[in-house]
Write a protein that binds this ligand. Structure first.
Ligand code: HEC
Length: 172
């Protein structure tokens, strides 16, 4: 009888002890992990903003990419836009020769009021800003496209659109 009680008490002590030890291990590990995560998030965020939101960068980025790369990026646009000469309007206006043209000037396309009133010419910088986040650049545009976060992709697709034109803008 005594032996049984002793072994039960011993088992209870053992289980409690293991629990304590486990708690201590987890307690030590958790702060280390979250500190590391915060660190990596901060790093990513700062790289992203320095690479992607400087409009001056667009000309420099042209050298690091090509119109051929841009043709691949344009697949994201092709559901709504034609790019070839004489191409028709789709959900969005035809984009042949869009660079250097005034925003909202395809005569047989019905633009949103916001884009029709924008009044700017599509320069490289203007296009870069628009493609980063269309709805921020032209508030009220009906182009439902989130934007291209990657600056190199924007540069590539801008080069590609510039080549699909009767009168490409000079690259320098
Ligand atoms: C879901 C459909 C859709 C997608 C995808 C889309 N667009 Fe558009 N786009 C539109 C619409 C609609 C408009 C007209 C917006 C307005 O009137 O406010 C437009 C307008 C534009 C304009 C202005 C043209 C002008 O004549 O002033 C440009 C430039 C443009 N889009 C480029 C792009 C590029 C480049 C991509 C791909 C990276 C893209 N769009 C993806 C629907 C789309």
């Amino acid at each position: 009888m005594n032996k049984i009680i002793v072994s039960i008490v011993f088992t209870i002590i053992l289980v409690l002890g293991i629990n304590k030890i486990t708690d201590m291990i987890f307690y030590v590990e958790q702060p280390e992990k979250s500190a590391y995560q915060i660190d990596s998030v901060t790093t990513v965020a700062s790289t992203t903003s320095s690479e992607n939101s400087d409009p001056e960068n667009i000309m420099a980025l042209f050298a690091s990419t090509s119109a051929a790369e841009g043709a691949k990026v344009f697949k994201k646009c092709a559901a709504c836009h034609s790019i070839n000469q004489g191409g028709a309007n789709k959900i969005g206006p035809a984009l042949w020769g869009v660079l250097g043209r005034k925003a909202g000037s395809v005569s047989d396309y019905k633009y949103s009021k916001a884009l029709a009133a924008h009044g700017k010419v599509w320069s490289f910088q203007e296009m870069d800003g628009f493609l980063l986040k269309p709805k921020d650049w032209i508030k009220g545009t009906k182009m439902s496209f989130a934007g291209l976060k990657n600056a190199k992709e924007r540069a590539a697709v801008i080069l590609y659109m510039n080549e699909n034109s009767g009168n490409p803008l000079p690259l320098n």
